[in-house]
Design a protein around this ligand. Structure first.
Ligand code: FAD
Ligand code: MLT
Ligand code: ZN
Length: 468
C-alpha cells in the first residue's frame, strides 16, 4: 500500500505537498518568531473536495492536522508541535470569491481569501466589509473566523462571528457540511456555525463562508486626541457615544510609550502634537449623511472634551492621507514593540467602566514585582479590550525578562480575573494560553468544551494540543 504522503500527492498533485526544509520553513514558525515546530509535510489543497480527501487520509493514517491560514496568529495556534507527526494544512490556495449578492448584502468566499482582498472586493461592489486589523494584508478569512478575530471596527460591527451568516466545513472525519445558505434567520436546532467559529481549528476545517456586507459610509473622519489618563479616555468615549451614536466606528487607546516606540522604530512617522501626553485616543466616525455632518459631530465632541478638560489637544485629519498616517501610528505598535525586542503580550477584556481601575492597580502590582518593566498598553478601548503588554526594563536582557513570563502572566491574569474579565479577548488560546485558561474557567465549562471536542473529533486529529 502506498504511504500517507504518496496518497496526499495523488490527491492534490505532488507540487502541493511540501517536505523540503526551505519550502516548509515559513509555515513552521509563528509570526512573533517565538516557536518553531516540525511537520511531516505542508499540504496545500486547492478546493473543498481536496481538503476533504486529505482529511480522510489523515483519518486513515491517524495523522494530526494543523490548519493554517496566513499564520499571523499570536497564540501559537497555527504552527505544529515539535513531534513532526502532524501535517500543516495550508488553506491559502482556496482563494476564490464565489459570489457577491449586493441586494442580500452578502459575499460567499473561500476560507483562504486574504482579508484585504475581501475588503477590496466589497468596495468594488459598492459595499463595506468592515472587519479590519493590522494583519489584514496577510491574514485569511478562515483564520479570522477560526479565531473570531476582533480588530478596530468591533465597536460598530462586532467580531468576525457577528459578520458571518454561514459556513462550509470539512469535518474531522473528512465529510463536507455545507451551511452556506446565508439566511439572516434560521432557528432549526443547535447553531453549528457558531461552534466552528472561534474553535481555532480544533473541531474541523472551515473551507468557505457567507459574510455580511454593509452600505459604504458617505464620509469617514479620523481624529487623534491627547489626554492625561485612561479614565479621561473613558470620559471621551461617553461624550463621543452621546454625540455620535452608531457613527462612532473606532475608539483606540494608545499610551505614550506605544507611540514613542512607533516613532523610534519608524522615524518617518511623527506625532502631530508639539508636546507629549500620557495617553492618546484615535477616533473614527463613519457617517451615512455627508462629510459636513460628520465634521460637525466630531468638532462638537472635541470642543466639548476640550472645554471640560477631558482632553488637552486634538487633531482631525483633513485628508485621506492624513487619516492614513494617524491610523499608521496605531497599526505599527505591534511591529514597533517587536522591533524593540521581546515582550510579554496580553490580550484582555474588562468591563469598560473598570478599565481605568484595572490599569492603575495592575501597573502598581507589576512595578512591585518587576521594577522598571515598561507598559505598552493599547487597544480597542471601546470594546473593553486592552493589549496590556509588558516590555523589559530599558537596558535589561530580553531573555532574563522572558524567563519570568509565567510570573508576569500570573500577576496580570489574576488581576483580570479579580476584575471579572477575560484573559483572551480576541487572539484565542492556541497552545500559548491552553494551560493558563484552566486556572480561570470552571471545571463545568472545561468539561463541556471537552465533551464537544470528543464528539466532533473523537480521534483528536484536529489541531491537537491547542485550546484544550
Ligand atoms: P492563522 O494564524 O493561520 O491561524 C489562526 C488559528 O486559526 C489557528 O489555530 C489555525 O489552526 C486556525 N485556522 C486557520 N485557518 C483555518 C481554517 N480555514 N479552518 C480551521 N481553522 C483554521 N487579531 C485580532 O483579533 N485583532 C487584531 O486587531 C489583530 N491585529 C493583529 C495585528 C498584527 C500585526 C498581527 C501579526 C496579528 C494580529 N491579530 C489580530 C492576530 C491575527 O491576525 C488574527 O488572529 C487572525 O484572525 C489570524 O488569521 P490567519 O489567517 O493568519 O490565521
Ligand atoms: C492589535 O490590536 O493591534 C492586535 O490585536 C495586535 C497585538 O495585540 O499586538
Ligand atoms: Zn487587537
Amino acid at each position: 500500500m502506498k504511504n500517507f504522503l504518496d496518497q496526499c500527492r495523488d490527491a492534490i498533485g505532488p507540487a502541493h505537498v511540501l517536505t523540503g526544509e526551505k519550502d516548509t520553513a515559513s509555515y513552521l514558525t509563528d509570526w512573533r518568531q517565538r516557536f518553531t515546530g516540525k511537520a511531516l509535510a505542508v499540504v496545500k489543497p486547492a478546493s473543498t473536495d481536496e481538503v476533504a480527501a486529505i482529511v480522510r487520509l489523515c483519518n486513515q493514517f491517524q495523522v494530526p492536522v494543523v490548519p493554517q491560514g496566513g499564520n499571523t496568529g499570536l497564540v501559537l495556534g497555527s504552527v505544529p508541535d515539535t513531534s513532526g507527526s502532524a501535517i500543516v494544512l495550508s488553506l491559502t490556495r482556496l482563494n476564490r470569491i464565489r459570489f457577491i449578492d449586493p441586494i442580500s448584502n452578502t459575499m460567499t468566499v473561500d476560507a483562504g481569501c486574504i482579508l484585504e482582498q475581501l475588503q477590496n472586493a466589497a468596495a468594488e461592489a459598492g459595499r463595506l466589509f468592515p472587519l479590519s486589523l493590522a494583519a489584514e494584508g496577510s491574514c485569511t478569512i478562515g483564520g479570522n473566523l477560526s479565531t473570531n478575530a476582533g480588530g478596530t471596527a468591533v465597536l460598530r460591527y462586532g467580531n468576525t462571528r457577528e459578520l458571518c451568516l454561514g459556513l462550509e466545513v470539512v469535518t474531522a472525519q473528512g465529510e463536507i457540511w455545507s451551511g452556506l445558505r446565508g439566511l439572516r434567520k434560521d432557528n432549526t436546532g443547535y447553531d453549528l456555525r457558531d461552534l466552528f467559529i472561534g474553535a481555532e481549528g480544533t473541531l474541523g476545517i472551515i473551507t468557505a463562508a457567507v459574510l455580511k456586507l454593509f452600505p459604504q459610509p458617505k464620509a469617514q473622519l479620523t481624529a487623534l486626541a491627547a489626554m492625561r489618563t485612561p479614565d479621561d479616555a473613558l470620559r471621551l468615549l461617553s461624550l463621543a457615544q452621546n454625540h455620535c451614536g452608531a457613527a462612532l466606528t473606532g475608539f483606540e487607546l494608545m499610551s505614550q510609550l506605544c507611540l514613542q516606540l512607533v516613532t523610534k522604530h519608524f522615524p518617518q512617522m511623527q506625532l502631530p502634537f508639539a508636546e507629549e501626553s500620557a495617553q492618546y485616543v484615535l477616533l473614527e466616525l463613519s457617517d451615512s449623511e455627508s462629510e459636513e455632518h460628520a465634521m460637525a459631530m466630531l468638532e462638537s465632541v472635541i470642543g466639548n472634551a476640550l472645554e471640560q478638560d477631558v482632553i488637552q489637544d486634538a487633531v482631525v485629519a483633513s485628508s485621506i492621507a492624513q487619516s492614513k498616517s494617524l491610523w499608521n501610528l496605531r497599526e505599527h505598535i505591534t511591529l514597533a514593540q517587536a522591533a524593540e525586542g521581546k515582550n510579554v503580550k496580553h490580550d484582555v477584556s474588562i468591563t469598560i467602566s473598570r478599565i481605568g481601575d484595572f490599569i492603575r492597580e495592575t501597573d502598581i502590582l507589576l512595578q512591585q514585582n518587576f521594577p522598571g518593566c515598561r507598559m505598552v498598553t493599547f487597544g480597542h478601548l471601546g470594546d473593553g479590550n486592552l493589549h496590556y503588554n509588558v516590555s523589559p526594563p530599558e537596558n535589561a536582557s530580553d531573555e532574563a525578562f522572558i524567563a519570568q513570563q509565567d510570573a508576569v502572566n500570573r500577576v496580570v491574569h489574576d488581576s483580570v480575573h479579580r476584575f471579572g474579565g477575560s484573559i483572551s479577548a480576541e487572539h484565542g488560546l492556541g497552545a500559548l494560553k491552553r494551560d493558563e485558561i484552566r486556572l480561570y474557567k470552571s471545571d463545568v465549562e472545561i468539561q463541556l468544551m471537552q465533551s464537544i471536542k470528543r464528539t466532533l473529533d473523537p480521534m483528536n486529529l484536529m489541531n491537537p494540543g491547542k485550546v484544550l
